[in-house]
Design a binder for this molecule. Sequence first.
Ligand SMILES: [Zn+2]
Length: 106
Amino acid sequence: MWVDFKALTALIPVSAVAKRLGWHQVAYIPASRSARGPCPLHKGSYARSTTFQVQDDRGYYRCFKCGRHGDVIQLYADHYGISRRAAALQLVEDFRLTPDQVSGEE
Ligand SMILES: [Zn+2]
């Protein structure tokens, strides 16, 4: 199946993917419009940790501790240890998107 990465990242908020991976919001920083919470990627996070930053309007995440960063596809790829292509296909399945939605055509 063809998946347009741009269409996919526009459809799924980073926070929704992070929450699916066990992340929860601890704080919100209005200045950078970013939500903070414990990192779902590296071990050793504690419940009130705020190292993991999510910016839904930019479709971007970054962890200040382990340094991992990217878009929703990269988040899945990092978490499952799979390629970006495999991560994209997994996102389509997990978020029940149709091929039409992610084909990249209007
Ligand atoms: Zn991390």
